[in-house]
Design a protein around this ligand. Structure first.
Ligand code: FAD
Length: 652
């Protein structure tokens, strides 16, 4: 009976994610997972969706994503504080747990499905020339849809933040917060206690499954002269196996890491399917005192005794600020919103990492992740029973390299390109889901990749680390349910074009190494549509090429940047309090003054950790700092985790 219930729940989850039902192995995998009581092995179950809410809480957190989940956990450690977490989406599913299937979540109900405006500078191969900005609409936020790469960024990123007038945000200050969350499962890395720790809420592990292509990438790196390193350690320039926020081969979202273990706390209420439409701010006192939101089509108001915290991500947090009267005054007036505080930086300074899509190499051996060969009943059983096999591969991402183009100062160890190396690429799934996720047109796919469909290939995605182009968002209207206007402005700064062009050339050089040639690596030399008029492989050709399949890596950030009050474009101060408004903070990817040198989920979690401590510093008596954590609550959690899974007993 229990098995039947689990199967039907899992089948429902599969239906939630449109398109997934086309994969014929799914029912069997779900049945196997049910048979082996997969859910019971999970050390903690999903948190409760609180039905009845109080009228007032000490803290209201808007958005339960990467940062919001951390905040909800850390603030509710204080037993005397009542904390409400409002999340627009629902729970993650069994399917979102499967690393290989993450691309099936794009354009599903778990995705906000944002699309940018059409611009000539990039995304020309995409439907309507608009880039797709996938963003999680689910408890755990984008950490439920991401590819789980665990990268902290470069020391200089944080020292740079500090130099912009943000004391307390230098590398030495933030390193303890990265370590606070971390449960490093690679024993070799865990030994390096300067940079790593064990026992935190967030599980970080190596991939359980790699193909021979991964090892060849590393050999290629050595051949070119790079070191094999821990890219989260002392040095960033070099090659490494990726590490992932996975637990036993499945996704460890921030909901799983930070919310499930504390689901029994009485002072934490989580309200799902609750779309916040406005922060209530007293226009006289300029103080935030609550929020308006829609839950099950019903409008509700809840009050905040101490603070409202926006953790809705780099699109929704500035969107909500503007809807609530905090933003560029003239723009707010244009759309008919009463200005409470003129803050010209809200929604501006938008940064993202983009890579060049479609750098694909064919190989001579059946060793890559061709979906219709590897994903079958055997691999489904292997995933369900032993928690490894191809389904635990994060869409083929195996090796990372941080390299310098001629635009970077190689002596600085602040590389300007990250290679994301994959043992699969766009044609590996029969030309279905990757194409759909990236909004690539059928014509472009057919012409560029049609001949490679289901063939053995690998991909190298050169990603530009420190873009100089800046996008922005602004209101389309004052209707809170209408998405804002999103302007990417990718590649509008000429230096960005240069860096990416050199990144592509460096990627092609990897394909020419002996290590890759041993596998028969051959670059897909099909001239790219729209650039055929240019001589192949000239700078002009590459400059045109990178504007076609411009791939966001979904690192939207910096739209409510942190900075001192002397900077008119700063939206929050170094304590993450909104300038000009009391009782309101932003704590998520929006507050970065400049995007970090790598994938940004780990830095956002760090921001959540540090942000929580900043709040505690504001509200807790100084003497009580060491005893902040409620002993009673901690003991209960310990008891629960010990009874279910002793691995989880840790000193957090
Ligand atoms: C497809 C994809 C792949 C990625 N891959 C990686 C990777 O491999 N490694 C990496 O480091 N980073 C990766 N990232 C980036 C990283 O996951 C995000 O930058 C990070 O999760 C952002 O955290 P956040 O807290 O700022 O926002 P989010 O995690 O997006 O959380 C915001 C939350 O707020 C909720 N919300 C929004 N508006 C409202 C509202 N009005 N009312 C209530 N709730 C609301 C949302 O539903 C969401 O749950 C990826 C992102 C995506 C989308």
């Amino acid at each position: 009976m229990a098995i039947l219930t689990t199967v039907s729940a899992a089948a429902k989850a599969a239906l939630t994610i449109g398109g997934i039902s086309k994969l014929t192995f799914i029912p069997l995998m779900l049945a196997a997972m049910a048979y082996f009581n997969y859910d019971l092995l999970d050390p903690e179950n999903r948190p409760f969706n609180q039905k009845y809410l109080r009228e007032e809480y000490d803290f209201i957190i808007v958005g339960g994503g990467s940062a919001g989940s951390v905040l909800a956990n850390r603030l509710s450690e204080i037993e005397s504080w009542n904390v409400l977490l409002l999340e627009a989406g629902g729970h993650e599913t069994d399917i979102s747990d499967v690393p290989l299937l993450s691309l099936y979540l794009h354009k599903s109900k778990l995705d906000w499905k944002y699309r940018t405006e059409s611009q000539d500078s990039a995304c020309q191969a995409m439907i309507d020339k608009r880039c797709s900005w996938t963003k999680g609409k689910v408890l755990g936020g984008s950490s439920v849809l991401n590819t789980m790469l665990y990268i902290r960024g470069n020391k200089r990123d944080f020292d740079h933040w500090e130099s912009l007038g943000n004391p307390g945000w230098g590398y030495e200050d933030v390193l303890p917060y990265f370590k606070k969350s971390e449960d490093q499962r690679n024993p070799y890395l865990a030994k390096d206690t300067k940079y790593h720790s064990v026992g935190g809420y967030l599980t970080v592990q190596d991939a359980p499954y790699n193909t021979p292509i991964g090892a060849a990438f590393l050999q290629a790196g050595e051949e070119i002269g790079y070191d094999i390193i821990d890219i989260n350690g002392d040095q960033q320039t070099g090659y490494a196996w990726y590490q992932f926020t996975m637990r036993r081969g499945t996704r460890c979202s921030t909901a799983k890491a930070f919310l499930r273990p504390v689901r029994l706390r009485q002072n934490l209420h989580i309200s799902l399917f609750s779309h916040v439409t406005k922060v209530l701010i007293d226009p006289e006192k300029k103080r935030a005192y609550g929020v308006e939101f829609i839950r099950d089509t019903e409008k509700q108001v809840i009050y905040a005794k101490r603070e409202v915290i926006l953790a809705a991500g780099a699109i929704a947090s500035p969107h909500l600020l503007m809807l609530s009267g905090v933003g560029p005054a003239r723009h707010l007036e244009e759309v008919g919103i009463n200005v409470i505080h003129d803050s010209p930086g809200v929604g501006r300074n938008l940064q993202d990492h983009i890579a060049v899509g479609g750098i694909v190499f064919q190989v001579d051996y059946p060793i890559s992740l061709v979906m219709n060969r590897l994903v079958n009943i055997n691999s489904a059983l292997r995933y369900a029973v032993t928690e490894d096999g191809p389904l635990t591969s994060s869409i083929g991402l195996e090796v990372v390299a941080f390299i310098n183009t001629k635009y970077a100062n190689a002596t600085e160890d602040w590389p300007d390109i990250e290679f994301m190396m994959t043992s699969a690429s766009i044609p590996s799934d029969g030309g279905t889901q990757v194409k759909k996720a990236h909004s690539i047109t059928d014509e472009f796919y057919e012409e560029m990749f049609g001949h490679l469909t289901n063939k053995d290939v690998f991909g190298i995605f050169p990603m530009m680390l420190r873009p100089k182009s800046r996008g922005f968002i602004k209101l389309r209207s004052k209707n809170p349910l209408e998405y804002p206007i999103m302007i990417h402005n990718y590649l509008t700064h000429p230096d960005d074009v240069g860096v990416l062009r050199e990144g592509v050339k460096a990627a092609l050089a990897v394909g020419e190494t002996k290590a890759m040639k041993r596998l028969g690596a051959k670059f897909n030399s099909k001239p790219i549509p729209n650039c055929k008029h240019l001589p192949l492989y000239t700078d002009e050709y590459w400059d045109c090429y990178i504007r076609q399949y411009t791939m966001t890596i979904y690192h939207l950030s910096c739209t409510a940047k942190m900075g001192p009050s002397s900077d008119p474009m700063a939206v929050v101060d170094p304590q993450l309090k909104v300038h000009g408004i009391e009782g309101l903070r932003v704590i998520d990817a929006s507050i970065m003054p400049a995007v970090t040198n790598g994938n940004i989920n780990a830095p956002v979690i760090m921001i959540g950790e540090k942000g929580s401590d900043l709040i505690k510093e504001t509200w807790l008596p100084k003497t009580n700092k060491r005893k902040r954590r409620s002993l009673k609550c901690f003991k209960l959690e310990q008891f629960l985790t010990r009874t279910i899974n002793t691995k989880c007993i840790v000193d957090r």
